[in-house]
Design a protein around this ligand. Sequence first.
Ligand SMILES: [Zn+2]
Length: 202
Amino acid sequence: MGLGHVLGKWFARVRPEAQTPASVPALAPAPHPAGPVAQPTDFDRRMMARAIELAEAAAAQGEVPVGAVVYRTADGAILAEAANRREADHDPSAHAEFLAIQHACRAVGDWRLNACSLAVTLEPCPMCAGLIVNARVGRVVYGAPDPKAGAVESLYQILADPRLNHRPEVVPGVEAKRCAELLRAFFHALRESKARPSEPRS
Ligand SMILES: [Zn+2]
């Protein structure tokens, strides 16, 4: 049996698969369109204003300025509010909306928040988006997009993922400019303060 014969047999076995990429199942489709996207209500705007106040207070404490409020969608009654406390608590999960959701669940005595809305100044990260799904938060209103960690539109679309069992209504970009400016100013000041000790170089 010559080498050509062996190779021929081998190719006959291997090439069919190797040459038919069409038979490979297609990859999952590109990110599907976002879930239901809505316009902000008056309550949403008022709650975002409150979340911005909380974010400003956090910045004054040296925390990355993100604020969050959980409220009843029907009447705007505030159930919980929180700001980022990562530095104060030495806790990587102490994001504003994570804390606000936990507090709201305790306030209503239920782990489900279907009848509630969350207003948060920054697009939620994957961790917080996961909690939003698990807590069945009815609506999510957010301010600035987060190109580095956002999991609603920027990097992932967790809240619109049809494989998960809950998809909240999403209201993006409420007071986005102001929310982003808060963060920009905070990080600018942080860089300045870090740069200062090295200034006397002469
Ligand atoms: Zn987060």
